[in-house]
Design a protein. Structure first.
Lengths: 74, 74
DNA sequence: TTTAATGTTGCCATATATGGCATTAAGTAA
DNA sequence: TTACTTAATGCCATATATGGCAACATTAAA
């Protein structure tokens, strides 16, 4: 699997999980532990960046899913 | 779960999977798609850095496991 | 129409992951 | 002892994720 494909797949998954909970990108950033800019939520969902483990983890916690769920892209 | 705990847990998992395959850190870096420095294998396994999604993915491929396996730390 | 909410994108600054190399240490075998 | 392998770590340079803000487009509601 190619790099940008991976990013897009994970981003899509995050977006789906977020919308399933009825959250906006602003809501998600706000629910995350510590600081997180909404700009980055957009970038990660769009697959335009290579997110770090810790940010994926914080997103998973905010979305109330296991980290595995976010990276189950096959 | 705290940040450095997460890194250590994922690092430990990588180390276990690597050793289960009888690979050295050099072997693992060598098997990874593209370039990857052995220094970083050590850093990631030790939990001293916050690895990116793409590098976790490349490690998973080299270790012949799903990415989910690497982040199943609970 | 105006207003507000949502998301994307561009820009720049900062923080940090990684590349790359050298050193160090521990283990193992000669 | 020496020589080799493996891994950890320190240093510096570079690449890039993120912070933070502004501008823009879209949609929906008044």
């Amino acid at each position: 699997m190619e790099k940008s494909e991976l990013f897009k797949a994970v981003g899509k998954r995050i977006k789906e999980l977020r919308e399933a909970k009825g959250l906006t990108q602003v809501d998600l950033a706000g629910k995350m532990e510590g600081e997180f800019d909404t700009t980055n939520v957009s970038r990660i969902e769009a697959g335009r960046t290579n997110p770090t483990l810790y940010n994926l983890y914080r997103i998973a916690v905010a979305l109330e899913v296991d980290l595995e769920e976010l990276v189950r892209v096959f």
